[in-house]
Design a protein. Structure first.
Lengths: 114, 114
């Protein structure tokens, strides 16, 4: 089983739709969970960061972490054409002797059509 | 807004040559990283660096690679004797604290080995 799995899509939605992106993982030591947005041939841009389980909201974005199911989600409300990008989930272990490295999903390519 | 800056944005080199990729992390950050992304593949961890020494490295980061922080601002990745399979986007990243997942990436340096 891969350490982090993410459906690569592509995902195409109309403007204004609610978008749901998700990742599953196998390493129960993961404690920090991130969502990055990446435009073509650019660096990953940090969107949301969550520690441990729970929800976090920032504007139109909501991140959810369910550690019992090893499942994380990113919801985008009122999606806009400017949200068109590849969305990467990433996670890392805790700081008490855990690995520093971020482990990324493969990314989901999202297109929001006007 | 402070950002991680990388140079060059694109470098083309012949197989067997040495390349140096340069990064200026965000100024009050203490932890520095290199990641790479081969076209169409996941972003993958190479090395982390703190307090002037490598704190963790992946199996990819063999003797061909080295990192250095030659002064108070630059962080470099040297690749000796480049191979065709070293062609990728190389991303520098930094963060301020260890107990956070908030890792900020630069725009990347695209390396093409011919």
């Amino acid at each position: 089983q891969k350490e982090v799995e993410q459906d690569p899509g592509p995902l195409s939605v109309p403007e204004g739709a609610i978008v749901s992106l998700n990742c599953t993982y196998s390493n129960s030591a993961f404690q920090y969970f991130m969502w990055y947005r990446q435009y073509s041939r650019k660096g990953p841009e940090l969107l949301m960061y969550t520690y441990s389980s729970g929800n976090k909201e920032d504007g139109r974005f909501t991140a959810q972490v369910d550690k019992s199911s090893k499942y994380i989600s990113l919801f985008i409300r009122d999606s806009q054409p400017s949200d068109s990008a590849t969305y990467l989930c990433a996670m890392r272990e805790g700081t008490q002797g855990g690995s520093e490295k971020l482990v990324f999903g493969k990314g989901t390519k999202l297109t929001v059509n006007p | 807004e402070p950002e991680v800056t990388q140079t060059p944005s694109h470098q083309v080199t012949q197989m067997g040559q040495e390349v140096i990729l340069r990064c200026v992390p965000i100024s009050n950050h203490l932890y520095f990283y290199w990641y790479r992304q081969i076209l169409g593949q996941k972003v993958e961890f190479l090395v982390s660096f703190y307090n002037n020494e490598i704190s963790e490295k992946s199996e990819i980061f063999d003797d061909q690679f080295s990192v250095e922080r030659p002064d108070g601002s630059n962080f470099t990745l040297k690749i000796r004797s480049t191979k065709l399979e070293d062609s990728a986007m190389y991303f520098c990243a930094s963060k301020r604290l260890t107990n956070t997942g908030e890792l900020f990436f630069g725009e990347g340096s695209r390396l093409t080995v011919l």
